[in-house]
Design a protein around this ligand. Structure first.
Ligand code: NAD
Length: 281
């Protein structure tokens, strides 16, 4: 079994992006800028945002974090987004989720100019992705896609099973695999026989949020298995895939931690640079 090393792949991607930023700076005399809006003081969100800022600085992006207290009014956030939309130094805008209950998440997502939507959540980007047009792609599925492609460049005709249908992971993942000419089955909590579906797959992407749901006897010999899950358990952080069992049958598997996770932030940087490049045309 080959361990798909997301940490290494993310470091390689960051190095490529750093080089690209240097070249863009020489060509345009400016660098792409990422602005993150952080509302409230949830610890995980603060950690994510700190890591995003650190990585953005490392590759040479202009990075800014705007912080609001939990009590901030929705209209203040929408007003700030409007301001950032027309700020030429801002290539990408990300509003860290989750938001406090009194703020309408969809309204916030739709307020972001689709050309600066580095999370790829705006309906325009969702539509473009599903129509096969150029768009920002949600960072985690994009990271999974790049890991799969690095391991197996030609996915023509492969049978892929995506476990989970969230807007964040499962649905965009399905679109990316379809684009690669896979035959894709998307499964979810109401799927009748998940094990039988998984056993058909050459590629499994598990994005569920249930510790070690995908077992060794659910996986066809020589399948590629991508584990998106991050689950806190008594024995530490585990994925949605039973690592010990699945590593005995799969051809390749991502570990948790050190698999998909590191690719997510690297893909956010990639999306910011891609938004900048599209804005310079
Ligand atoms: P979500 O809760 O939004 O969606 C979970 C999906 O799983 C749903 O579509 C649901 O129908 C499906 N599901 C639930 N129970 C199921 C079952 N028994 N069988 C089949 N499907 C079932 O979750 P999400 O936001 O997509 O996140 C999924 C996991 O990925 C979580 O563990 C999360 O922490 C992790 N995650 C990791 C990263 C990363 O960077 N690695 C990023 C985002 C999310």
């Amino acid at each position: 079994m080959i361990l798909i090393d997301g940490k290494k792949a993310a470091a390689e991607l960051r190095a490529e992006l750093k080089q690209e930023v240097t070249e863009l700076k020489a060509k345009h005399n400016k660098v792409p800028g990422l602005t993150v809006i952080l509302i409230g003081d949830l610890t995980p969100s603060q950690i994510y945002v700190r890591n995003k800022e650190k990585s953005a600085n490392e590759v040479g992006l202009k990075s800014e974090v705007i912080k609001y207290p939990d009590s901030v009014e929705e209209k203040a956030v929408l007003g700030k987004i409007k301001e950032l939309n027309s700020d030429e130094t801002v290539s990408g805008i990300l509003v860290q989720l989750p938001l406090p209950k009194h703020i309408d998440k969809q309204k916030v997502i739709e307020a972001i100019d689709p050309s600066k939507d580095v999370d790829g959540f705006h309906p325009m980007n969702v539509g473009n992705l599903s129509s096969g047009y150029e768009s920002s792609i949600p960072c985690t599925p994009l990271g999974c896609y790049l890991l799969i492609k690095k391991f197996q460049p030609n996915l023509n005709g492969k049978k892929a099973v995506v476990v989970g249908r969230s807007n964040l992971n499962g649905k965009p993942m399905t679109q990316l695999l379809l684009k690669e000419n896979c035959t894709v089955t998307i499964t979810h909590s109401k799927t009748k026989d998940l094990k039988a579906e998984c056993l058909e797959a050459d590629i499994i992407v598990a994005a569920v949020g249930i510790p070690e749901l995908v077992r060794g006897d659910w996986v066809k010999k020589d399948a590629i298995v991508i584990d998106v899950g991050i689950n806190k358990t008594d024995k530490g952080i585990v994925g949605d895939v039973h690592f010990d069992e699945v590593s005995k049958v799969a051809k390749a598997l991502t570990p948790v931690p050190g698999g998909v996770g590191p690719m997510t932030i690297a893909c956010l940087l990639k999306n910011t640079i891609d938004c900048f490049k599209r804005s310079q045309i």
